[in-house]
Design a binder for this molecule. Structure first.
Ligand SMILES: Nc1ncnc2c1ncn2[C@@H]1O[C@H](COP(=O)(O)OP(=O)(O)OP(=O)(O)O)[C@@H](O)[C@H]1O
Ligand SMILES: [Mg+2]
Length: 457
């Protein structure tokens, strides 16, 4: 924004100011009295600043200032004061003026002031962006689903979130463990402090201690400075130990004390560090089994199994598929810039019947892929590239094959269907009928006869 409003009744001065401003590469509107300025502002014209005389015919500069602050609080107001009217300038500052400038106008000072106004405006704008980004990032994640099992999980989480209890989230891959971990943090009194996630499965055992507890300067070659670890980073907030079931035996022993007493030493250090952290763990392994087979330490299991929450797989709550689909489609329409993106009925039915071994993440990815590849507004079943399995596969086959009548009749129809599909595919992927016949392993004459019989000519 580079437009300024000048409110000045002396025409020659107004003109001089306008020219000065324009020489700086800015633009200016001029109002010759308070009433005109008020009309311009009320009409919704936006300015980065208003430069106004204090003594004006009609409404005075103070009224203009008040009007600006009401209609656009971020717009800076500079008041021009005549010699000896400093009290008025003070009053203007109290009412929120950005600054004042004395007459006769010192052009250099005016230009400087205008630059500051524009910087000020940009800062406000950047702040707004930051704030929005902040809210985006830290707002409560949307948890979609109304099936009894997910409602139960949500309620458990709402109850435990405000406490400091350790929570263990268990569930298959892609069921939403991380989403719920973040929700716990957001619903807790720690929400303004950090949420620090660490994926225990992604870090080699030899590095994880350093990652969790940090190190002292000189503790190993390359440790040129003290570095704090995730536990210290999360002080006052929440630490999320994701895939805790994948920790090796040595590391399990090392984190036991940190979880128990919230104290530890940095690698290579002797000083004990105390932290105040809320612990949330997650795993897709069956820890009870792992304890039995001694893969996971029993004492560590007891430490983390304070408030266990099991997140059901998507196939156990198929009634949520529709709502999740709508949610993802809406988000994709927005993120991919495809307004009006929707999903066809057959596609929806296919999504409902699929088993989703990869759970919600798989559903999300499937829809994203379809939305990107699909050039139409409506995603159809074939865009999903999903192949039903298990019981649903059988249902799909039954639907495609007409199994009525005798065995002979049903088989004959099945054979014809297979022939029709094979021949159509061969014709589509080859240039000539001879090539198609070769691909099918039959003579061109046989192909011609079959095509006639099946009505493919
Ligand atoms: N109930 C839900 N509502 C909306 N989105 C969800 C829901 N549950 C999961 N998701 C989304 O599904 C995706 C997978 O969830 P998340 O990463 O939390 O799963 P996870 O259990 O941690 O998986 P993994 O074991 O693979 O790490 C994320 O994009 C998440 O936002
Ligand atoms: Mg996860």
């Amino acid at each position: 924004m580079k437009k300024l409003l000048i409110v000045e009744d002396k025409e020659s001065l107004a003109l001089m100011l306008k020219e000065t401003v324009e020489a700086e590469g800015l633009e200016a509107d001029v109002a010759s009295n308070g009433a005109e300025a008020m009309r311009t502002l009320a009409a919704g014209r936006r300015y980065f600043a208003v430069l106004t005389d204090l003594r004006l015919p009609g409404a005075d500069g103070i009224s203009v200032l008040k009007q600006v602050k009401e209609s656009d609080p971020d717009c800076a107001v500079i008041v021009m004061t005549a010699f000896g009217t400093i009290e008025n300038a003070v009053e203007a500052m109290k009412l929120g003026a950005f600054d004042f400038i004395e007459k006769p106008i010192d052009v250099d000072r005016l230009i400087l002031l205008l630059r500051r106004c524009r910087e000020h405006r940009e800062l406000i704008h950047e702040n707004l962006l930051l704030k929005e980004e902040f809210q985006q990032r830290y707002r409560l994640p949307a948890i979609i689903g109304e099936s009894p099992r997910i409602v139960e999980v949500s309620q458990a989480i709402q109850r435990v979130a405000p406490t400091d209890s350790t929570v263990l989230l268990q569930g298959e891959s892609g069921t939403g463990k991380e989403l719920f971990a973040r929700a716990i943090h957001q619903l807790s009194p720690r929400r303004d402090r950090s949420f620090v996630a660490i994926n225990c499965a992604a870090i080699p055992d030899t590095l994880i201690e350093n990652e969790l507890f940090g190190h002292e300067k000189g503790s190993f070659t390359g440790a040129t400075a003290r570095q704090i670890g995730k536990f210290e980073l999360a002080d006052g907030g929440t630490i999320f130990l994701d895939e805790i079931g994948d920790l090796g035996a040595a590391v399990q022993a090392k984190i036991l004390r940190a979880l128990q007493e919230r104290t530890f030493e940095r690698v290579g250090g002797t000083a004990t560090v105390d932290v105040d952290v809320r612990i949330v763990c997650a795993t897709n392994r069956n820890l009870t089994e792992d304890v039995k087979t001694a893969r996971f330490r029993e004492d560590l299991f007891f430490r983390i199994n304070v408030f266990p929450v099991t997140i059901p797989p998507l196939r156990a709550r198929k009634q949520d598929i529709d709502a999740l689909t709508d949610f993802f489609i809406q988000r994709l329409a927005r993120d991919l810039g495809k307004p009006g993106l929707r999903i066809g009925d057959a596609a929806r039915a296919l999504l409902r019947s699929y088993e989703w071994p990869g759970n919600i993440r798989e559903l999300e990815n499937c829809l994203e892929r379809a939305a990107i590849l699909c050039e139409r507004k409506t995603i159809e079943a074939r865009d999903l590239q999903l192949f039903p399995n298990g019981a649903d596969a059988e249902a799909a086959v039954r639907e495609a094959l007409d199994l009525s009548g005798t065995l002979g009749e049903a088989t004959e129809r099945a054979v014809r269907l297979a022939e029709r599909l094979k021949i159509a595919d061969a014709l589509r992927t080859t240039a000539t009928r001879n090539d198609a016949a070769e691909l099918l392993g039959i003579a061109p004459r046989t192909l011609a006869a079959k095509m006639k019989e099946l009505g493919l000519d």
